[in-house]
Design a protein around this ligand. Structure first.
Ligand SMILES: Cc1ncc(C[n+]2csc(CCOP(=O)(O)OP(=O)(O)O)c2C)c(N)n1
Length: 657
């Protein structure tokens, strides 16, 4: 996607902001009217001329233009942090997302030439790092200061770990010299805090082993099943100085400290798999995260098309098999029960039978890069240790060409039924929206769907993600993935409310840079559908999106409540815990943070707001929050049938396993 380059100067931003205010004020829609109380008006709408405009300080673009200045063993030598940063750069660490703290380390990583983003809260920056990785498959890092910064990240470290994101969590850790003395801030050990939410972790206590433990970190991030790696750096390690590499243990390159070797299946095992698939009448392949991580989507397509195997994807990222493919079962939940053989490939988080809509008698093959997980949760007829790509390529070679007309027809009929079901709910939602002058979640999701996939925008262009309860479940039904990493399943497995908006800003940073599968869509806006409860966790990062010019569109489903309010209905003392003030204005908060705000109370207003927001994103790299006013009662089937329900798993809108 082409974009006009703009100089990142503070002055120019104020010009753009003025232009934006002008455009908005001259529009006549309700959305534009709502945002006209911008930076230059007070709450009564009176002009206030002496309030300075929000703008990006000139130091930011200046810093972003600097050439990297990595450390060197010459002269004063390298700090421990610089030695570690050198390794991160050589390992092609894709980006760092942090808040200030752990200063020596984050400064060294930025100086080494790793794209570095600083923001407002450690938790949200951690989610951004996760989002960047989810849409690229690359290793990213997040960092915070010891104590408060680090502990703020916890929810999103856990979410990243549940999603098997290759995320490097970094934090400073005061001085070894102050250990156990309750020196300021240093009151907790970090490694036990991330117990159960990481693949590997280490407090580096010997300065001369800083490189060695960097190698440990990347060995874990880039081998086997990915996951979170947590390193903490006491000051003695980060600030140590090295003028001679001989003083560092195991100081050699990645070709020596880790291996790119991949597990190959034995010919006998592949033969057996081919035989089982060939004998099955309705085989289905669950293409998990490993298929994405190993960028095996071409081999997957070949397997599916050659032998007419149904495919459904799973994992924290969608699109490694397109939703609109005739062999996709992502929109065919009713057909899942007919499958007689399932082949799990790269399914890192295994469901138990019953959690997936498969017949209990279904036969199962599972292909996984590590042996220990084979047989976990799901009884197997065949377990194969293999790299996903190598297995799929072997399968593509050996499977005979086959037509499975009845199976393909069943998938198509189920897809039609599923889509009709959603359209029926949408028709009801439209009626409810008209009656209440509030937007039903099905209407919100369908409007976004039509805008992204049925209008002028290339349907493959926009990376989307969703979160929240009612909002997330409806959004999941209508958001589509037509190419690898087009959709992020923000709540994947951990079910956290809140990281999604920031996660999508991280995804936006990856699209802005055109990294990996996003290369063809470089610079395109990303879109997030989230909830009012969820927005509270990430909203301040609009400032971060603005200063880095990451164009995001966030649709906030504002139903004045935590969507679990029905839990309070039969508990008379409880409702106050679930409700917010009504009609809060998230669009106004956005304006205050240097983004655009739009307000929608009707489907038509939402449609127009989406158009304006996309234009602003494409033309000015400006983010928008669209406040979609809803009613809490839309969540409840008692008030507005069908209410909210979990989406079938596996398939579009699924977020567990
Ligand atoms: C951080 C976090 N807090 C609480 C929960 C428990 N929970 C699950 S869904 C839900 C309701 C969320 O409300 P909201 O995101 O506003 O959804 P909506 O209004 O769209 O239904 C709650 C409280 C959670 N999963 N994550």
């Amino acid at each position: 996607m082409k974009k006009t380059a703009r100089q990142n100067t503070g002055t120019e931003i104020s010009v753009n902001q003025k232009r934006r205010n002008f455009i908005l004020k001259s529009a006549v829609t309700a959305g534009a009217a709502a945002v006209s109380l911008g930076a230059n008006t007070n709450v009564l709408g009176n002009a206030v001329t002496d309030i300075p405009l929000i703008r990006i300080p000139k130091e930011i673009p200046e810093a972003l233009k600097q050439t990297p200045k990595p450390g060197s063993f010459e002269g004063n030598g390298m700090t421990g942090a610089e030695v570690f940063a050198k390794l991160c750069k050589e390992e092609e660490l894709a980006a760092l997302f942090c808040c200030p703290g752990n200063y020596t380390v984050i400064n060294a990583i930025a100086a080494a030439g790793v794209p570095a983003y600083g923001g407002r809260t450690e938790g949200a920056m951690c989610a951004m790092a996760d989002g960047f990785s989810r849409v690229t498959g690359e290793v990213t890092a997040t960092s915070g200061t010891e104590g408060p910064g680090f502990t703020h990240m916890i929810m999103n470290i856990a979410a990243a770990n549940a999603a098997r994101t290759p995320l490097l969590v970094l934090a400073s850790n005061m001085q070894l010299a102050g250990e156990d003395r309750e020196q300021f801030i240093q009151v907790a050990y970090q490694q036990p805090t991330t117990e159960g939410m990481k693949k590997y972790g280490k407090r580096i206590i010997a300065p001369n082993r800083v490189y060695e433990y960097g190698a440990y970190a990347f060995r874990h991030l880039k081998s086997g099943i990915p996951g979170v790696v947590h390193l903490d750096f006491p000051a003695e390690v980060a600030r140590a100085r090295f003028t001679d590499p001989a003083n560092l243990t195991d100081f050699y390159g990645k070709a020596k400290y880790r291996s790119e070797s991949r597990a190959h299946p034995s010919p006998k095992e592949v033969e057996k798999a081919v035989d089982m698939i060939n004998k099955a009448e309705r085989p289905i392949l669950v293409a998990g995260q490993g298929v994405f991580q190993r960028k095996a989507w071409e081999a997957l397509k070949e397997v599916a098309e050659k032998h007419e195997i149904a495919v459904v994807t799973s994992g924290p990222t969608r699109g490694h098999f397109p939703d609109d493919h005739r062999l996709s079962a992502a929109l065919s939940p009713d057909a899942l029960m007919s499958a007689d053989l399932v082949v799990f490939v790269g399914q890192y988080c295994m469901p138990s039978p019953g959690e997936y809509r498969f017949n209990p008698d279904i036969k199962a093959i599972r292909v996984n890069p590590v042996q220990e997980d084979l047989g976990r949760n799901w009884p197997l007829d065949l377990g194969i240790v293999s790299d996903e790509k190598i297995f799929l390529e072997a399968l593509a070679n050996l499977l005979p060409r086959k037509k499975r007309d009845a199976w393909v027809a069943e998938l198509a009929a189920a897809r039609q039924a599923f889509e009709k079901q959603h359209l029926d709910v949408y028709a009801l939602g439209l009626k409810y929206s008209k009656e209440t002058n509030a937007v039903h979640p099905s209407v919100m999701a369908k409007e976004v769907h039509d805008f992204l996939y049925k209008g002028d925008i290339d349907p493959k262009q926009t990376v989307t993600g969703s979160g929240g309860w009612t909002s997330g479940l409806f959004a999941g039904r209508w958001l589509r993935a037509y190419r690898p990493a087009q959709t992020v399943v923000c709540a994947y497995q951990y079910g956290a409310i809140g990281p999604d908006m920031a996660m999508m800003m991280g995804a936006g940073a990856a699209v802005q840079r055109g990294v990996g599968p996003q290369a063809a869509w470089k610079g395109a806006p990303v879109l997030c559908i989230t909830s009012d409860a969820g927005a509270a966790y990430s909203l301040f990062e609009l400032d971060t999106a603005a200063k880095f010019k990451i164009p995001t569109i966030t649709v906030i489903y504002n139903n004045n409540s935590w969507g679990m309010w029905p839990s309070a209905v039969s508990s008379p003392c409880s409702m106050q815990m679930y409700l917010f003030q009504e009609n809060l204005r998230y669009d106004k908060l956005a304006e205050g943070l240097g983004a655009r705000g739009e307000y929608a109370q009707t489907p038509e207003q939402l449609r127009e707001a989406l158009k304006r927001s996309y234009q602003a994103a494409v033309k000015e790299s400006v983010s928008t929050v669209i406040n979609v006013q809803a009613l809490k009662e839309f969540t409840s089937a008692k008030h507005y049938a069908p209410g909210v329900a979990l989406n079938p798993e596996p398939g579009v809108g699924a977020f567990a396993h």
